[in-house]
Ligand binder design. Structure first.
Ligand SMILES: [Zn+2]
Length: 318
């Protein structure tokens, strides 16, 4: 039962809660009619939008609107209304940049594209959306991702980085390989001193690392260290999920990733099995990071699979 609930949580985050069966929790999460979009001014002309799914960053100005991530398709209209209600511009959402392919960040691609937006993402985001496949931690938490409709696919893709020059700012998406997935980008708003980290940095506790989609804990640590090194000390950080943050929050998160992965690596070197690591509660000193979404056992499993290169069984798809 516990595993079922946890798996449902993972599915819900990825945007396909119905796949985990008729649990009340999953169905409740799918009811988007009750979701309200909360808009927070971050800095200058950058706003953060929260509803269901990943956080959205919006650059709103004289040239129009650029958003980073677009939550779920049923919320697209509410997101459009929330942007218009700010009464800053009548111009449309010209570009959507996806931080990665998961449905709680890219689920709105199709309605936004149909409304005239151009979707931009790293090469692997398009590939994974197009093919579908398996997402998961390489072990007990996994799900089949259906191929996306053509209209949902990013029509501009990049390998390393891309810059959108709008609203007087060089909005730059920079790819960091193999962190939360293999298609992650961190988006920099240098003039406004804001960054959107995607799911390489989240505030719900131990992170979900999609090992089955090419993610790894080492890549996540590298991404956080490299991004932190090039950011001003007072930068405002929009996490993939959770409250607006600062670099101290990112450093604490990175430290936890470094320490917990070292502990699991040590246990692997000592030939301990995954079951023994769970029984011995080797992540107990980091208990404060245990979340409803990823608990300590699920995170031990994630780190174990990431560090041993176990990607899980790949589900066949059409
Ligand atoms: Zn994600």
């Amino acid at each position: 039962m516990k595993t079922t609930v946890r798996t449902c949580l993972i599915f819900a985050f990825l945007g396909a809660a119905l796949l985990c069966g008729p649990s009340a929790w999953a169905q409740q999460q799918q009811d988007f009619s009750k979701v309200q979009i909360k808009v927070t001014k971050v800095s200058g002309n950058i706003y953060m939008l929260e509803g269901a799914g990943g956080n959205i960053a919006a650059s709103i100005g004289e040239d129009g609107i650029v958003i980073v991530d677009d939550q779920f398709a049923p919320l697209a209209e509410k997101i459009q209304v929330a942007l218009k209600d700010l009464k800053i511009t009548d111009k449309p959402v010209r570009f959507v940049i996806n931080t990665h392919y998961h449905g709680d960040h890219s689920g709105g691609n199709e309605p936004f594209a149909n409304a005239g937006s151009t979707v931009i993402a790293q090469d692997n985001v398009r590939k994974r959306l197009e093919s579908g496949g398996t997402a998961g931690n390489g072990g007990s938490g996994k799900m089949d991702m259906k191929p996306a409709n053509k209209a949902a696919l990013p029509i501009i893709t990049f390998e390393h980085d891309v810059t959108v020059h709008l609203n007087g700012e060089d909005i730059r998406a920079l790819h960091f390989p193999s962190g939360h997935t293999d298609g992650d980008s961190i988006i920099f708003f240098p003039k406004n001193n804001v960054v959107h980290m995607g799911d390489d940095f989240v505030r719900y506790g131990f992170p979900f690392i999609d090992v089955a989609s090419g993610g790894s804990v080492q890549g996540m640590i590298d991404a956080m260290e490299k991004a932190t090194a090039q950011l001003p000390a007072d930068v405002k950080v929009i996490p993939g999920h959770g409250a607006l943050s600062n670099l101290d929050d990112v450093r604490a998160f990175t430290k936890m990733l470094r320490e917990t992965s070292a502990v699991v690596q040590k246990a692997i070197n000592e030939q301990k099995t995954l079951e023994q690591m769970k029984q011995q509660k080797i992540l107990e000193p980091w208990a404060q990071w245990k979340g409803d979404f990823v608990n300590d056992d699920a995170f031990i499993e994630t780190l174990y699979n990431s560090l041993t290169g176990h990607k899980g069984e790949f589900m066949k798809h059409n």
